[in-house]
Design a protein around this ligand. Structure first.
Ligand SMILES: Cc1cc2nc3c(=O)[nH]c(=O)nc-3n(C[C@H](O)[C@H](O)[C@H](O)COP(=O)(O)OP(=O)(O)OC[C@H]3O[C@@H](n4cnc5c(N)ncnc54)[C@H](O)[C@@H]3O)c2cc1C
Length: 266
């Protein structure tokens, strides 16, 4: 079995700042991490490595420093990792991003002569937050997709997926190959072992530029992005908040309860 995980390097914050002139994310001065939901997607893939001996390949589109998150993936057990990076990919919206990732997946499949049975994504990136890239990859590939997955098993050639719903969960069977986007799951994530960290340090991560991928330049980066950001801003608060202060937390709690009752919130 052969699985692939798409991972994104994101700023380590949920307070995203946007450059008002270029309308792009300000990444300077903010440490970067592996997108939280992608750590769960990676764990789901590694569980298939444990149970089905699946080979786990990881890809990330981003700046050269995104190699850090690829090394992190190798340190916890991924077998191979590729960085998708080229100036021409810059400024991509979700459509151009998902197309570039799809063409990369197809390139790796053609080069190795082996198809991926499952393509994992996180539910959403904590910076862009659109949750569009996974479903768009499924559409480009023409595959079935399951979103909000928390557990994935493979039985009789099908992916059996536990999927979160608004009022609980359901279990779905998806034919392979398919795309699964994974949300926060109730299980512990694995830590890197020392052996894993050493392996990650030694790992050669190939950078795939568009010289190699040869994707239609009209479909990548800014040119391939139909989304045009006209204006971005932080909405102003219409009402000032109420600050309760005092030395007695119990009394302040009781006062807050009273205010919530008066406002008919409780
Ligand atoms: C007009 C426009 C211009 C933009 N220009 C820029 C820019 O110049 N620089 C910039 O950094 N961003 C830019 N963005 C933001 C960029 O489009 C998104 O960050 C990107 O398309 C992914 O969308 P998302 O973050 O909402 O991911 P989501 O759809 O929320 O992510 C879902 C999942 O898809 C996978 N995924 C998402 N992105 C990647 C990736 N890069 N590599 C591997 N897997 C991935 C992960 O598994 C992730 O959990 C721009 C957006 C627009 C609309």
């Amino acid at each position: 079995m052969n699985v692939l995980v798409c991972v994104k390097q994101v700023p380590d914050t949920t307070e995203i700042k946007i450059d008002p002139v270029t309308n792009t994310l300000i990444r300077e001065g903010v440490p970067s991490i592996l997108n939280t939901f992608d750590t769960y997607a990676l764990e789901a893939a590694l569980r298939l490595k444990d149970s089905e001996k699946a080979k786990v390949t990881v890809i990330s589109m981003g700046l050269p420093k995104a190699k850090d998150v690829l090394k992190e993936a190798i340190s916890v057990g991924a077998d191979e990792a590729y960085l998708v990076s080229d100036r021409s990919f810059g400024g991509a919206d979700t459509l151009a991003t998902s197309y570039t990732l799809t063409r990369t997946i197809q390139f790796l499949e053609e080069r190795s002569g082996e198809k991926f049975d499952i393509i994992f994504c996180g539910k959403q990136a904590i910076d862009g937050d659109t949750a569009q890239v996974g479903p768009e990859i499924a559409e480009h590939m023409g595959y079935a997709q399951v979103t909000y997955a928390t557990e994935v098993e493979v039985k009789n050639g099908k992916a059996i997926v536990r999927k979160d719903t608004d009022d609980g969960y359901c279990v779905l069977a998806a034919r392979l190959p398919c795309v699964i986007s994974v949300t926060k799951a109730p299980y512990e994530l694995r830590f890197a072992t020392i052996k894993g960290k050493l392996r990650a340090n030694r790992a050669e991560i190939e950078t795939l530029s568009n010289d190699v991928l040869k994707i239609d330049p009209e479909k990548i980066g800014l040119k391939g992005s139909p989304t045009k950001v006209k204006r971005s801003f932080t909405p102003e608060l219409k009402k000032a908040g109420v600050v309760l202060s005092g030395d007695d937390p119990g009394a302040m709690g009781a006062k807050l309860m009273g205010m919530l009752r008066d406002a008919k919130i409780l």
